[in-house]
Design a protein around this ligand. Structure first.
Ligand SMILES: [Zn+2]
Length: 227
């Protein structure tokens, strides 16, 4: 978890690569499923084409199949889901039904003013949507995507007013989620202002510790999570 621009996608990609996990990003799943024309993908498409948010139940259906499949393999890192309390409830039901246990919920904490500054300067690859930042996460060659060599662009919706509105929506919809996962002792906060490799190390430490503690220890019992 983390506000837009906190670096969720960057961290999720590194963790997935280093730990051999499936990186389940909602944006990618939506693109895959609508392109493949699967029933649930087509359902999601009707909402997106109408300019509406994809409803929670459709999102859960979309993500759920990937979660179950990845859990049977080597595990997964969810990126961009759940985003609302109803989605978290639905995910919980799905996980319980499939006997899948979450190891941790990592919350990347970044002050809003920092997010505004980051996003205002963010550069995106128009081809594969990878994001870069000239200071925090620069591409190897300035202005060029590392993965595909396309020229990077600064998106119009990275304007300050739009960013502030996205942050407000994020705050309102995810504040209950933070409480939800705190109560289960799953929420682990990480300083999102640290350098990317330091954040990666911190998250790996959290995952190691949570795994050592065992899948069932403390779940739902409010076991001494530090405030
Ligand atoms: Zn690219």
């Amino acid at each position: 978890m983390g506000p837009p621009g906190a670096g969720k996608g960057t961290q999720a990609a590194v963790l997935a690569r280093d730990l051999g996990l499936a990186h389940l990003a909602t944006g990618d799943i939506l693109r895959n499923e609508t392109a493949a024309g699967s029933p649930v993908g087509l359902k999601a498409k009707t909402f997106m084409e109408a300019g509406r948010l994809v409803p929670d139940d459709v999102m859960t259906q979309l993500v759920g199949e990937y979660v179950v499949k990845a859990a049977k393999a080597n595990g997964f890192v969810l990126d961009g889901y759940p985003r609302t309390l109803p989605q978290a409830d639905a995910l919980q039901a799905l996980l319980e039904g499939a006997s899948i246990v979450l190891t941790a919920v990592v919350n990347l904490e970044v002050p809003e003013e920092v997010i505004v500054a980051r996003l205002a300067n963010r550069q995106t690859c128009p081809k594969d949507q990878r994001t870069y930042h000239p200071v925090n996460n620069p591409p190897g060659k300035p202005g060029v995507c590392d993965a595909c060599g396309s020229a990077l662009v600064t998106r119009n919706d990275d304007s300050e007013a739009v960013v502030r509105n996205r942050l407000r929506v994020y705050r309102e919809s995810t504040a209950p989620l933070v409480e939800f996962y705190k109560k289960q002792g799953l929420l682990k906060s990480v300083d999102g202002l640290a350098a990317i490799p330091k954040i990666v190390l911190a998250i790996k430490g959290i995952l190691d510790e949570a795994q050592t503690a065992g899948p069932d220890s403390g779940r739902g019992t409010g076991r001494g999570e530090t405030p």
